[in-house]
Design a protein around this ligand. Structure first.
Ligand SMILES: *Cc1c(COP(=O)(O)O)cnc(C)c1O
Length: 394
């Protein structure tokens, strides 16, 4: 008799986006005349940078000719892509050699799969509110999860507590959902904690490209991190690859636990369960890091950054506490008039037809908070903020 994985029953059914869709659809059916603006979008909306599309096409052409055809790629990705990423790291002061980089089909898979190299009886620490992938993938493996509070008092940037023992720590900076980004001192505190506890940090830097201030773009900007941290990044938010699928994970050669190289374990894991990223997609990934690609990527990022600023400026004008809005496509704010996350969701939907994401859906510390994203059009962002100001200034 096949027995199922019992730990799946520990995973909370995630009703968040289903519940949002249900409430929006009900409202739209009852008020067909009302215009609804979606500001909860967690996906990019601008098309791929032209340089990456050219590379995708050329990559596809290569596959059509015997002389340039490619079969299985290397498990860890082609050298030209890994070299481009290694050079990119140098620009912000992180020493990551090409042979520590693994190209993958995205950060979500790597965030989940990385658990394969760790024992079940590790205590996993995540910050709350949290990107649900870290929690659910560890619950599926039967690991114990503990939470570090991100809240208004610490600017939604949870810090380590020496009295709490964790073995694996997930950090995401700039953070989804709160938009807050750790500075150098804060990240140093986490690296010190991990070093003292022989813990390993899984650092999700999916939003590093949004950083404009003097903040670390990688955990490897911090001394000592190469002995205690794995970094997972993605081209999804950087270059609009959410549908194209490409990310990368860095496992430093010097990172060891119990005398075993984690690089070697991850290589073994990937070689066993993963057969690499397609040639056209790796060509497109390399194009992201060319001069032309970088210019086009910046153009798209600037469009989202301006949207984020429009939202943040609105919060400033209304005197509402928020985090994010800079260095991030997210604005995370306190619901006015002590409303709960879902009360505020309904209040906005019913009065101004603006849809966002209730913070409560990301963890207990999200209650009473709300997330808006910069991934809408400029026009919709401006209009949504106009309506919000009108509503709250009454
Ligand atoms: C969007 C996002 C990613 C990217 O995942 P992909 O699988 O590469 O698309 C990773 N981490 C966080 C926190 C995200 O919000």
């Amino acid at each position: 008799m096949a027995k199922i994985n019992p730990y799946f029953s520990d995973i909370k059914q995630n009703y968040l986006f289903a519940e949002i869709a249900k409430r929006v659809n009900t409202f739209a059916a009852e008020h067909p005349e009302k215009s609804i603006i979606k500001m909860g979008i967690g996906d990019v909306t601008l098309p791929l940078p032209a340089a990456t599309v050219e590379a995708l096409k050329k990559g596809a052409e290569d596959l059509s000719r015997k002389e340039t055809f490619k079969g299985y790629p290397d498990y860890e990705g082609y050298d030209f892509v890994r070299n481009a990423i290694s050079d990119y790291y140098k620009e912000f002061g992180a020493e990551v050699s090409a042979d520590e980089i693994f190209i993958s089909d995205g950060a979500k898979s790597d965030c989940g799969n990385i658990g394969d190299i760790f024992a079940q009886d590790n205590t996993v620490l995540v910050t709350d509110p949290v990107y649900p992938v870290y929690v659910d993938t560890n619950l599926m493996s039967g690991r114990k999860i503990i939470y570090a509070d991100s809240n208004e008092a610490n600017g939604f940037a949870a810090m380590p507590d020496d009295n709490i023992k964790a073995d694996i720590i997930y950090l995401c900076s700039p953070n989804n959902p709160t938009g807050s980004a750790y500075n150098k001192e804060q990240l140093k505190a986490w690296v010190d904690y991990a070093t003292e506890n022989d813990a390993v940090i899984i650092y999700d830097s999916a939003y590093e490209a949004f950083i404009t201030e003097d903040l670390p773009r990688s955990i490897y900007c911090i001394e000592g991190a190469k002995k205690c941290a794995i970094e997972i990044c993605s081209l999804s938010k950087t270059a609009g690859f959410t549908g194209t699928r490409c990310g990368y994970t860095v496992v430093p050669k010097e990172l060891e636990r119990e005398g075993v190289s984690l690089y070697k374990l991850w290589y073994r894991r990937q070689a066993t369960k993963f057969n690499g990223v397609s040639w056209p997609v790796q060509c497109a990934a390399a194009a992201v890091f060319t001069k032309e690609g970088r210019r086009q990527v910046e153009e798209n990022l600037n469009y989202y950054r301006e949207n984020a600023k429009i939202i943040a400026d609105t919060m400033d004008e209304l005197g509402i506490f928020y985090t994010g809005g800079k260095n991030s496509p997210y604005v995370w704010f306190k619901c006015p008039n002590k409303m709960s996350s879902w009360e505020f969701f309904d209040y906005m939907l019913e009065n101004i037809g603006v849809v966002g994401t209730p913070g409560e859906g990301f963890g207990k510390n999200g209650e009473g908070f709300f997330r808006l994203t910069a991934f809408s059009s400029r026009e919709n962002t401006v209009e949504a903020m106009r309506r919000l100001k009108e509503l709250l200034k009454k």
